[in-house]
Design a protein around this ligand. Structure first.
Ligand code: BTN
Length: 331
């Protein structure tokens, strides 16, 4: 009896129990319905317990009483309901970076929509060469493989709609306090909660694949951030009045992302822009940035239809493509 065979049986038992009005059934019924010998049934139930499921056995009856908040295949796919994003899953306990794994999978032909998740990253990467703090069991670290038939100049817009999907998913836990800091950070009450690292592969005319890597601080306590992040970063649970389950938040994000991605491919930013503007933390603020090698200051006026930040610098409107923008003051 291989572990793999037992894992497959465990997955079948879980799926079967979840089709029932109450997730309980007699062991004999499970054995008969799924054609499993009693010995395999006990090994598979033990396997489910090892995955974190609570299985109560009352005499002959098997009851699934709780599911773990772990980023494992059986949890992420249960009730996900997407048609593209997350239909193929690769879940890991600990990896260097989910973006690296997603890139290798894409090179070997993984289809669009494949996702890679990990409970922990040992070398999580952020933008501008920074690292992404990725402790075990408290965050969501997910990379999505896309194969968009679009030129690379459409990429900034793709990152912006990802941030929108993320902000909308997080808003379910912290209504009215979530903002998008252009181009693609998500803030709760002004503190960074999630970030996106978009990496493209292909030539200048057409992308072969794009990896959208997203990190969300979900369960980490405010005091558990490293000293240098404590005052500028936060997590969904630290800010929410509601209990937060990572699996639910990830599913919300994947569903919302699928909608935004479809919308972006057809309408570019036109459908998303009104919502992005409402959620923007920069519009109306005095900002500082590096522009063509110069440190400049101006007022952020808008985000245009290409996803660029429109800034008034000494009376001249500049459309900024990307880069680090710091808020100096709110006008
Ligand atoms: C940023 O705000 O600097 C971007 C952070 C992106 C972090 C995510 S976590 C999943 C994926 N894998 C990585 O190594 N980085 C991204």
């Amino acid at each position: 009896m291989t572990d793999r065979a037992i894992a497959e049986i465990a997955t079948d038992i879980l799926s079967y129990l979840r089709t029932l009005p109450q997730p309980r059934a007699a062991a004999a019924t499970i054995s008969r319905k799924l054609a499993i010998e009693p010995l395999r049934l006990s090994a598979a139930l033990e396997c489910l317990v090892n995955w974190g499921y609570q299985i109560a056995q009352d005499g002959e009856t098997v009851l699934l009483s709780a599911a773990p908040d772990r980023l494992i295949d059986t949890e992420i796919s249960f009730g996900l309901g997407t048609e593209l994003i997350g239909t193929q899953l690769h879940t890991y306990q600990s990896v260097r970076s989910t973006n690296d794994i997603a890139h290798s999978l894409a090179e070997s032909g993984a289809p669009e929509g494949t996702i890679v998740t990990a409970e922990e990253q040992t070398q999580g990467r952020g933008r501008q060469g920074r690292s992404w703090h990725s402790p075990a069991g408290t965050g969501i670290y997910v990379s999505i493989i896309l194969r968009p038939a679009m030129p690379p100049d459409k990429l900034p817009g793709l990152s912006i709609v990802t941030a929108l999907a993320l902000a909308e998913a997080i808003s379910a836990y912290c209504p009215d306090r979530v903002q998008v800091k252009w181009p693609n950070d998500v803030l709760i009450s002004g503190k960074k909660t999630a970030g996106i690292l978009t990496e493209l592969h292909g030539d200048r005319r057409m992308l072969s694949h794009v990896i959208i890597g997203t990190g969300i601080n979900v369960l980490i306590g405010q005091d558990d951030f490293p000293e240098e992040l404590r005052s500028v970063a936060t997590s969904v649970a630290a800010q929410s009045r509601f209990p937060v389950r990572r699996v639910d938040l990830l599913q919300k994000f994947l569903r919302q992302f699928e909608l935004e991605y479809r919308g972006y491919r057809v309408h570019q930013l036109s459908r998303a822009l009104p919502r992005i503007r409402v959620l923007s933390s920069l519009i109306g603020s005095v900002v500082e940035m590096d522009l063509r090698g110069r440190r400049v200051r101006g007022t952020a006026l808008d985000i245009d239809s290409h996803g660029r930040l429109v800034v008034d610098i000494d009376g001249v409107k500049e459309a900024v493509v990307s880069g680090e923008v710091h808020v100096v003051a709110v006008e």
